[in-house]
Design a protein around this ligand. Structure first.
Ligand SMILES: Nc1ncnc2c1ncn2[C@@H]1O[C@H](COP(=O)(O)OP(=O)(O)OP(=O)(O)O)[C@@H](O)[C@H]1O
Length: 287
């Protein structure tokens, strides 16, 4: 609705008519909006009547007018004696002057059942999509992702959603994904430039989950937990043959030795890695 000095429409006592835009939420074949010129003292009942006429709706059916306000996304159903223009005059100035549905302040026309409840219709997919986007923007729905770096955040948790998520991430060269504090790694079978000293530094002393999942984050958490609690830590690596257990072990040792400041200089990393094939290191206990 935009507030204008009255030309046309029913003038109010102060001589002004107000443009009131009403968006029907009825069926897909209904017009998307109608603009009415109404006086300040027009009631919701009369606006509903005019809107039904303008939209060519069945006058035998019952309708309600609801005010939608962006803040919180509430829909306030108006009583038949309520004055829609009064509501608009309380909106922010910009919304008073211009309020396309996309801006958040508008009126909805919905069908009402005989018992007073609102008759919800099957909404067109596009409309639902827009609503979902708005709710996500307000924080009522999780932001729309096609990949989640922690499986615990998947909106639907089942085998196919897990595999889809891992696949999507893998195609974006994100081979690591968390499931809580567990790290899932998918073998890329090719070199990825995510293991250089810059990454060791980046993940150093960071809470798990703050950054993109990475094997260095696991090494870092174990290392600092050992220092803080002065208790041995272990990292269990499991997977089928060829899945990358040995490679992951090497990355962990690389990161741990780098963190302990001994890595490059003392040859500790080389010594441990050299013992790997003999010990088949899968589980580390650091004192
Ligand atoms: N993160 C990675 N980046 C690049 N290549 C990797 C990665 N992880 C594994 N690979 C490659 O995949 C191959 C198999 O990995 P690896 O030997 O670690 O598997 P494994 O689980 O230890 O196998 P097995 O249980 O049979 O010993 C290796 O050639 C390795 O280089």
């Amino acid at each position: 609705m935009s507030v204008k000095d009255g030309e046309g429409g029913a003038p109010s006592q102060d001589g002004r008519a107000y443009d009131l835009q009403v968006y029907p939420r009825l069926s897909a074949d209904c017009p998307s909006c109608c603009t009415l010129k109404v006086p300040k003292e027009a009631t919701a009942a009369s606006v509903i009547q005019d809107a039904a006429l303008a939209l060519g709706l069945d006058p035998q059916r019952l309708y309600v007018l609801a005010e939608v306000k962006e803040c919180g996304g509430e829909e306030w159903v108006l009583e038949s004696g309520d004055l829609p223009v009064q509501r608009v005059l309380l909106w922010p100035r910009k919304a008073q002057e211009q309020h396309p549905q996309s801006e958040g302040f508008y009126f909805l026309l919905q069908e009402r059942n005989r018992d007073g409840t609102i008759h919800y219709v099957h909404l067109p997919a596009l409309w639902k999509e827009q609503e979902a986007q708005k709710l996500a923007a307000r924080g009522f729905l999780p932001p729309r992702h096609d990949d989640f770096d922690d499986l615990c955040n998947l909106p639907a948790l089942n085998e196919s959603s897990i595999l889809d998520n891992l696949r999507n991430r893998f195609h974006k060269k994100k081979i690591y994904t968390y499931a809580g504090s567990i790290l899932i790694a998918i073998n890329p079978f090719k070199f990825l430039s995510i293991y250089n000293p810059k990454y060791v530094k980046m993940y150093e002393n960071h809470q798990l989950g703050k950054l993109e999942p990475h094997i260095f984050a696991i090494a870092d958490v174990a290392y600092y937990a050992m220092l803080r609690k002065r208790v041995n830590q272990c990292i269990v690596i499991s997977g089928e043959s060829g899945s990358g257990k040995t490679q992951s072990t090497n990355f962990l040792i690389h990161c741990l030795t780098a963190l302990s400041q001994k890595g490059y200089a003392s040859g500790v990393e080389r010594t441990i890695l050299g013992a790997g094939p003999v010990l088949e290191v899968r589980l580390f206990v650091f004192v």
